[in-house]
Ligand binder design. Structure first.
Ligand code: SF4
Ligand code: SF4
Length: 294
């Protein structure tokens, strides 16, 4: 049995918030795992015992029973490193936060999404409650904050005032509600450094509720290229043309190889995922694959 390095499961898309920068279109925020998907995920976890295993959403704490069922399939002989990504809405008090955290068996870390858009729904004391509950329970705590512009970095000093924990910063992708509401991060010029980047997710596997397995965490999955990048099983994904290409591809070389037009590169293509989506939209990569399949 080989181990997966990082496996994350989008356990459902329902949420307690309605953020303007959500990568999920709000019309799709109503999904839960079907019984056959839960059985499949138990089998995958049993077989591959992922070294790092996390659940994302939607709001993951709406799906505690599913999380416990799937993680209970993890082999007892292996060390479980289990995390959830949450918006922290449940942390109305330290006590309440502790209660929810203790209902998730084997939880080792909590990653909270917090930025100016989440702040429209999450009063900061809830974030502090969750941090304190994690500290008391010996559970790791970190925050991922997203930027619409560099000015949004001020949130980092607000977070530092709460306590000492890891803070990761990401730019908002042009996807889902962020695209509709025009709040994705905008570069002023095209950043050529992206041409030597690779897929940042190439060593991870994600299961997207109702969709399938992919190393792709967002842009291709949600912006219309699911049929090329999603597969019904990890085995089908790892033996796919998509994975064979994306695990080693340098994005600039992929763009050139498939006849990408350098004049089409704009400031908004400055992140690996935006450039990757541009390659799928504007080059002959998809046509090449379709021809080979015939
Ligand atoms: S960004 Fe996260 S917290 Fe906000 S609506 Fe989307 S899933 Fe919910
Ligand atoms: S959009 Fe492309 S680069 Fe980004 S995670 Fe998906 S496959 Fe990887």
């Amino acid at each position: 049995m080989s181990r997966l390095r990082k496996f994350s499961v989008v356990v459902g898309t329902k949420c307690t918030f309605d953020c303007r920068h959500c990568l999920l279109d709000k019309r799709t925020r109503n999904k839960s795992l079907k019984e056959r998907e839960k059985r499949l995920l138990c089998e995958v976890v049993r077989r591959y015992a992922p070294a790092s295993f996390s659940f994302t959403g939607g709001e993951t704490t709406l799906y505690v029973d599913d999380i416990n069922r799937i993680s209970s399939a993890f082999p007892e002989s292996r060390k479980l490193n289990l995390g959830i990504v949450t918006n922290g809405s449940f942390a109305s008090s330290v006590e309440e936060a502790r209660k929810v955290l203790s209902s998730i068996r084997g939880l080792t870390y909590v990653q909270v999404s917090y930025d100016k858009f989440h702040a429209e729904f999450l009063p900061k004391p809830r974030l502090e409650n969750l941090f304190n509950a994690c500290m008391e329970s010996g559970i790791g705590f970190r925050v991922v904050t997203t930027l619409q512009s560099p000015f949004d970095l001020t949130v980092v000093s607000e977070l530092k005032a709460i306590g000492r924990f890891e803070i990761a910063v990401q730019k908002i992708c042009d996807i889902g509600e962020a695209r509709k509401n025009g709040v994705a991060f905008r570069n002023f010029v095209f950043d050529k450094k992206v041409l030597v980047r690779m897929c940042p997710n190439r060593d991870q596997l994600v299961y997207h509720c109702g969709k399938g397995f992919s190393i792709c965490c967002a842009n291709l999955v949600y912006n219309g290229f699911g049929k090329y990048c999603l597969h019904k099983t990890p085995e089908a994904h790892f033996s796919s043309e998509f994975y064979g290409v994306m695990r080693n591809a340098v994005l600039g070389k992929l763009f050139d190889k498939h006849g990408g037009d350098p004049a089409s590169l704009r400031p908004e293509h400055s992140s690996p995922c935006a450039l990757c989506e541009h390659i799928f939209k504007t080059t002959d990569i998809v046509k090449t694959w379709m021809k080979r399949k015939r």
